[in-house]
Design a protein around this ligand. Structure first.
Ligand code: HPA
Length: 271
């Protein structure tokens, strides 16, 4: 299943990335930081899911940020678009097979923790993924990873430390917390957010836990940052809209891009 897409990419470029970055809703402008070597639209890849979500371009960009060799996914594949968890995992696995070792996941998320404010950046320390299907269901691909992978440290302590240090150096405040993925595409009800709160989670979204699980399985060193684009349902007395999510993500772009760039460069320095 992965071979066809890999062959197509390898016909276009022999670039071997070190760090892969997935850009979430409204966070795609980070791609402007890259000196591109090759760009491949998901739509051109054989049997590849196509991004249909707003604010998701749906392409791989390979290139350099300073001396760091990166592969960017500008736009991702979501479960709520009708794709399976295995399809969601496909680009992550491809990035790994192309040679990337570190993965930075980003997303827009609703803040559940009452200390969070709109526009905060949250370093994900752990997640709850058991309310969405696992990308690891079905026959295990042994060449990628083991049947029963350990998930006690999905998010690398080393990479979390690097992000925290870079944020401090750049004067960017960050929060830390637990991310919960729900299916979407509807935003949650107030009762669902109370449930998430009781479960000890700090932010809710529709994307990242499936990708993180697939990434950990295939040997990526993983980290993730949520942009808190809105407060979760019931925390404010107003409805949530995707426009608000997009607007906050755009407003946060400068500090978000600064933090990701510094992190990518530091990861390259520590090689
Ligand atoms: N819920 C789920 N996903 C989200 C939210 C939210 O409130 N905000 C951005 N993505």
């Amino acid at each position: 299943m992965l071979q066809k897409q890999l062959e197509y990419i390898r016909k276009t470029t022999d670039f071997v990335p070190d760090t892969a970055i997935v850009l979430g809703s409204g966070l795609g402008s980070f791609a402007d930081e890259v000196e591109p070597v090759a760009i491949i639209d998901f739509a051109d890849l054989p049997d590849f899911p196509v991004s249909t979500a707003p604010g998701h371009k749906g392409r791989f960009i390979f290139g350099f940020i300073g001396k760091a060799k990166v592969a960017i996914m500008q736009g991702r594949i979501h479960l709520y678009e009708g794709y399976s968890a295995q399809q969601v995992a496909l680009p992550i696995r491809i990035l790994r097979l192309l040679g990337a070792k570190q993965l930075i996941l980003t997303n827009a998320a609703g803040g559940i923790n009452r200390d969070f404010q709109i526009g905060d950046l949250m370093i994900i320390e752990d997640h709850i993924s058991c309310l969405v299907p696992s990308p690891l269901r079905g026959r295990n691909i042994d060449s990628l990873g083991v049947r029963f992978p350990d998930m006690s440290e999905v998010y690398s302590k080393r990479l979390c430390r690097i992000i925290t240090e870079c944020a401090l150096e750049k004067g960017i405040k960050t929060k830390k917390g637990v991310y919960i993925q729900l299916q979407g595409p509807a935003f949650e009800t107030k009762a669902e957010i109370r449930m998430c709160s009781v479960l000890g989670t700090d932010a809710v979204g529709m994307s990242t836990a499936i990708e993180a699980q697939a990434a950990k399985h295939c040997g990526f060193e993983v980290c993730a940052i949520s942009c808190i684009t809105n407060l979760a349902c019931g925390l404010l007395d107003r409805p949530i809209t995707s426009e608000e999510v997009g607007e906050t993500a755009t407003k946060t772009a400068v500090k978000f891009n600064t933090l990701i760039k510094a992190t990518v460069e530091r990861i390259a320095d520590e090689y």
